[in-house]
Design a protein around this ligand. Sequence first.
Ligand code: SF4
Ligand code: SF4
Ligand code: SF4
Length: 251
Amino acid sequence: MKLKVGVFKFTSCSGCQVELIRMNEQLPELLNLVEFKYWAMASSKLEDGPYDLALVEGAISTPECIEEVKAIREKSRVLVALGDCAVTGGVPSIRNWMSQREAETIVYPKPGCIRSTRVYGIDEYVKVDYYLKGCPPRLENILEVFKAVILGVKPRLRQHPVCVECKFYENECLLTTYKQPCMGPVTAAGCGAICPNVGRVCEGCYGPMSDPNIASMVERLKEIGLSDDEILRKFRKYAGMSKLYREVAKL
Ligand code: SF4
Ligand code: SF4
Ligand code: SF4
């Protein structure tokens, strides 16, 4: 029997779903094994659950989102947070660093009818089985989750830092050699170190690795000349609401 899959979107830019759509090469084979029952970006035929696998993109930012994500959880055997917005609140969570009303007033000319909440990843409200980190997660990691759920095993998602992948490519270290503010030491791997590979610092878009040494990262950023405010922004940019970064993100 085919795996019944639902793909859902909350507060997000849809970039993670675009990454999912990139699987056109693997799609014919995948469609022998899975059936997309609900994926509004890809099809107007939307079927209700139950789902074997729910991929949930986006942060939770309104009272309606809270109820909807709970309903999706009830209908889904395996629920996956697809991308940083769903994992930690991601880029939309930047608005948490100002008052709710201030944020609403900046965005909407008449914010009176807007009912928003603080922005959180989905596990603030429901149990999440697997986290696909990244902004967006790389397609091969998404496919790893499909494979694991089809086989009934745990997906092998990397927990080590970007630096490990960076070293596979024998890059000169931007942080230690060139004193550039690379977040690789505290950031989860999975992207293939694509930024350092082209001489750009890691901005931390996969969020924190499993056990980041945050105090040491802050020290190193100070040593190379970043101000407290610049350091704060580094940690807030993608994952300020993650449990691992919340303390430092409030500096
Ligand atoms: S994680 Fe990044 S790419 Fe994915 S929806 Fe959020 S902002 Fe877009
Ligand atoms: S360049 Fe960045 S990712 Fe690569 S080893 Fe240095 S700190 Fe780590
Ligand atoms: S190197 Fe860092 S910023 Fe670049 S894609 Fe990977 S995790 Fe994201």
